[in-house]
Design a protein around this ligand. Structure first.
Ligand SMILES: [Fe+2]
Length: 444
């Protein structure tokens, strides 16, 4: 397929696609919640996270609000619980104290909602209203469930106890010969006006100029990061911003989260498994401040959001922006480490078939990448379908994350997809890659 117009689907194709995606997301939610007992489901494994049983019923509640009530125009399934599962009403730390549906009731609730949604999907005309064109509301709910599945995966990572999740390891990889590539100066198209399930903050497409810069072909590895630790990077304020240094002191940061000293080396805990830190894997569970400090120490910097997107999507041969680094096809197993197929990032250099036209690898999948930009609307932004999706977060204390992780489903990431979080957060599956300005001599 070569253009978005070719990808516009007829109503029956949209229905089939939605049904398949709904089934896949529910399979994953079930696997993440069936892996532990009821005690574990209602427990809070970290103040940063909800009990898993909250996420589960919240997934059902959002689905009820948008698809059963709004799209379907049906009576509420449970009109009495909206407030409990409204993320804006209750911060995560307070959720365990709420009178939440117990596990059996939560499971029955999400099943009942889902049954009604399949009926709504059969009967909805999927046209005449922007909310349902190309199945948008269904796509939004699929993405919402998959996003909470990634959040639940992060809760699993914070959970203490024997391993309950299992997956094969990714294959070994060979890093590309070039460590960095030049992204030429010039305009490119950022964002999208045509991707049917893109969310409001990815819209609309617009042209923007980016100066020439170099970007690393692979994410920073644990081995690279270890050199920063060994060089005393955590103890040298020169590499840290003022806010970063203050946080490093306050939080007593000394290594990525989940790492611990093991004799002369380091080990890490990964979903209940304690193992030596694998040197060839992208570093993960570092906050924005750590990423920025590493980059400064390495004589580089983090890319900005437009730089990251240009490196990921710009095709110098045609001048157009691709949906993904490898082209316009949906992500396949050969392109990227997505969807919790593995419970870890793949080694640096993996997925040569997922490379961008400029030769940058692993932009999609493996680890979310911190970029040095705050959360701002694109020119021409319009909130849709509700202000609380993006607009209320603009201008806050956030840094952007791009590209998705091994725990992100393919339905919930695109070349244009934008994620954001507080710059001190480390429980998410986030790493980074470095960039640097190009000197005049280098761009001649
Ligand atoms: Fe949510």
């Amino acid at each position: 397929m070569t253009s978005t117009e070719d990808r516009l689907l007829g109503p029956e194709q949209v229905r089939a696609r939605v049904a398949e995606q709904l089934r896949r997301s529910r399979e994953r939610s079930d696997a993440l919640t069936d892996a532990v007992d009821d005690d574990d489901l209602v427990r809070q494994h970290s103040k940063l996270m909800s009990p898993l049983v909250w996420d589960l019923a919240h997934i059902g509640n959002q689905e009820e609000l948008w698809l059963v009530r709004d799209v379907g125009g049906r009576e509420p399934v449970r009109g009495d619980i909206d407030e409990l599962y409204d993320a804006f009403q209750h911060p995560r730390a307070n959720r365990p104290a709420l009178p939440l549906l117990p596990p059996a009731e939560a499971r029955a609730y999400v099943r009942e909602v889902r049954d009604k949604v399949f009926d709504v999907l059969d009967r909805s005309p999927l046209e005449g209203r922007r909310l349902v064109e190309q199945g948008f509301a269904f796509g939004m709910i699929v993405q919402h469930e998959q996003q909470h599945d990634e959040t639940m995966l992060a809760t699993h990572q914070l959970r203490v106890g024997a391993p309950v999740l299992h997956a094969p390891d990714p294959a070994p990889a060979t890093p590309p010969a070039r460590r960095e590539v030049l992204v030429p100066a010039g305009e490119f198209t950022m964002g999208t006006s045509t991707e049917p399930w893109a969310l409001d903050n990815e819209r609309p497409a617009f042209r923007t100029h980016v100066d020439a810069f170099f970007i690393d072909t692979v994410p920073v590895s644990n081995g690279d990061y270890l050199a920063f630790i060994d060089a005393g990077g955590y103890d040298d304020p020169r590499w840290w911003s003022a806010a970063g240094w203050a946080h490093r002191q306050r939080a007593n940061l000394a290594a990525p989260r989940f790492w611990s000293r093991d004799g002369d080396g380091w080990s890490r805990t990964r979903f209940g498994v304690v193992e030596p830190v694998p040197l060839d894997e992208p570093v993960v569970h570092v906050c924005f401040h750590e990423a920025a400090a590493y980059a400064a120490w390495a004589g580089k910097r983090l890319p900005t959001e437009p730089e990251w997107e240009k490196a990921a999507r710009f095709d110098p041969a045609t001048g157009r922006s691709r949906r993904y680094p490898w082209g316009d096809d949906d992500p396949g197993a050969e392109h990227a480490n997505l969807g919790q197929r593995h419970l870890r990032p793949a080694p640096v250099g993996a997925y040569p078939k997922g490379e961008s036209p400029l030769g940058v690898r692993q932009l999609i999948g493996d680890v979310w990448e911190w970029v040095d930009s705050g959360f701002q609307p694109y020119p021409g932004f319009a909130a849709f379908p509700y202000r609380e999706y993006s607009e209320v977060f603009f201008g806050g204390d956030y840094k952007m994350l791009r590209g998705g992780s091994f725990g992100t489903d393919a339905s919930a990431v695109r070349g244009t997809f934008r994620n954001w979080d507080h710059p001190i957060r480390r429980q998410i599956f986030a790493g980074f890659r470095c960039a640097r300005d190009a000197t005049p001599a280098e761009v001649r």
